[in-house]
Design a protein around this ligand. Structure first.
Ligand SMILES: C[S@@+](CC[C@H](N)C(=O)[O-])C[C@H]1O[C@@H](n2cnc3c(N)ncnc32)[C@H](O)[C@@H]1O
Length: 240
């Protein structure tokens, strides 16, 4: 996290702890229905940024995919946005995750090993929420370590192409593989979005993206996201 936000965030975390003590527990659905009342500004900026980038790709052929979904917040955001902005389209939303948290480290991930096991998912809860919003026909979950699940998927789905690829595993090996295998499948004007670009705690994702750009940099435009802390960078494909 940037030092710019450290003091601000600490104040916010302390104040919201105080507030939740004062307010007490609330019914889950009452919180959900009034989510802008409670949602932090950084989180809101993130979701708006994701929405803006996704909307730029609605005319691009191919599916949407998120690598690394944790409890499924961003995955559900993508699927719900497609329901709103592309209600008659046939884009699917793929989710690749082991649901075991961070486990697959490489030397390029540096100190990120201290977060081993973080972001363990809750697949049953995610499936229940998917059913609640009747999104089971749009969302396809590929459970497993990406290094094992992605190559056979790509091999079996020779026709599959993508318009929007969200890289959020935080780690080097999976990001490197995703970029290598999906570059040929990303449609022109499609995007690779990086949740941890230039992010100190998880250097591996940035290292993988930089290595990819050394080879394929002339085929992509490097785009900065202005109003979010994460994601802050995406690659827009210019040519094959
Ligand atoms: C930071 S969390 C994702 C957060 C989520 N995109 C969100 O916005 O709420 C990282 C996720 O990546 C998954 N992950 C990390 N490395 C993986 C790998 N090699 N294979 C499969 N899943 C992996 C973890 O299980 C975890 O759910």
């Amino acid at each position: 996290m940037s030092a710019k936000f450290q003091r601000l965030d600490q104040r916010y975390f302390d104040a919201r702890k105080e507030l939740s003590k004062r307010v007490g527990t609330r019914e889950l659905w009452s919180l959900i229905d009034q989510w802008p009342l409670y949602c932090g500004i950084a989180n809101l900026g993130r979701y708006l940024a994701v929405s803006d980038i996704l909307r730029q790709t609605l005319e691009v052929p191919g599916d949407v995919v998120e690598f690394g979904s944790w409890r499924g917040a961003n995955l559900m955001l993508l699927a719900k946005l497609l329901r709103i902005f592309d209600p008659h389209g046939c884009k699917r939303v793929h989710c690749f995750d082991s649901f075991k948290g961070l486990t697959e480290f490489a030397p390029e991930d540096g100190q990120a090993t201290q977060f081993s096991g973080l972001y363990k998912g809750a697949l049953d809860e995610l499936k229940a929420v998917i059913e609640l919003y009747e999104l089971q026909d749009e969302i396809e979950i590929h459970q497993g370590v990406i290094e094992s699940s992605l190559p056979p998927f790509i091999e079996a789905q020779k026709e599959a192409s993508f318009s929007f690829i969200y890289c959020d595993t935080d780690l080097y090996k999976s990001t490197k593989l995703i970029l290598e295998l999906l570059h040929p499948r990303l449609s022109k004007h499609g995007v690779f979005v990086f949740d941890e670009w230039n992010y100190k705690d998880y250097p591996g994702e940035t290292v993988a993206a930089k290595e990819f750009l050394e080879t394929y940099g002339d085929k992509y435009e490097v785009m900065h996201v202005r109003h979010a802390r994460q994601p802050t960078m995406y690659l827009r494909k210019l040519s094959y």
